[in-house]
Design a binder for this molecule. Structure first.
Ligand SMILES: C[S@@+](CC[C@H](N)C(=O)[O-])C[C@H]1O[C@@H](n2cnc3c(N)ncnc32)[C@H](O)[C@@H]1O
Length: 207
């Protein structure tokens, strides 16, 4: 997809309110895992932060959070929410695929529903490489993504097979966990997701 088309697509969804992922709270999977993955004061990079609930949650428990987005209206909403919650997040309008995010190396990267929307192996592999580029040694990537094992009536999030996740991620990361779960959702049947926890490979362990 051409980049400006991708931005327009997400932008039109934020403007029309067609954003089923935007629950108004941090995802329960992130809440359950964050403390075992990152200590107090850890530097976190959130990629594709949407309207900011996950970034605000992490900042609220003492992490130093930088959060990126490609859609201005989403970042504006996120900044308003952060101010209302009296927490500080470094929200940036930046495209992870094309631009370096100031503040690297980060201790942990987090994305919920950003990696999964890339439709080609080439783009998913590039995304994984770009995540690694922003992490320090033994940096952790926690990703929540749609899971192709779910047959769902109607629309739902983009869904990846385990193989599609592994083939893009493994060249750059050691996969520590790939577990089936469900997104935190306001829908009656929350969509299934994968929880990926991966650690950057050292140069000697590179594939
Ligand atoms: C499904 S939404 C999820 C938003 C948020 N993570 C959440 O859970 O509410 C995916 C988000 O990724 C953003 N995005 C897509 N491509 C991106 C890129 N290359 N760099 C940064 N953000 C991107 C989109 O604008 C969109 O807000």
């Amino acid at each position: 997809m051409v980049r400006h088309e991708e931005i327009q697509l997400f932008e039109s969804r934020y403007i029309s309110g067609n954003t089923p992922w935007d629950t108004g709270r941090a995802d329960k999977n992130l809440k359950a895992l964050i403390k075992e993955l990152a200590g107090p004061g850890a530097k976190i990079l959130e990629i594709g932060c949407g309207t900011g609930d996950n970034a605000i949650f992490m900042a609220g428990i003492g992490m130093k959070v930088t959060a990126t987005e490609i859609v201005p209206i989403a970042i504006e909403k996120a900044e308003t929410k952060a101010a209302q919650n009296s927490v500080s997040v470094n929200f940036l309008l930046k495209d992870i695929m094309e631009e370096d995010i100031p503040g690297k190396p980060f201790d942990m990267a987090f994305d919920r529903g950003c990696f999964h929307h890339f439709g080609s192996f080439k783009d998913r592999k590039k995304f994984a490489r770009r995540v690694k580029h922003h992490l320090g040694p033994a940096g952790i990537w926690l990703s929540l993504m749609g899971n192709a094992d779910e047959i769902r009536p109607g629309k739902g999030p983009p869904r990846l097979t385990a193989l599609q996740v592994v083939e893009a991620v493994e060249p750059f990361f050691e996969i520590l966990m790939l577990k089936s779960s469900r997104f935190d959702s306001n829908q009656d049947i929350p969509p299934r997701c994968w929880i990926l926890i991966a650690r950057t490979r050292s140069a000697s362990g590179a594939r």
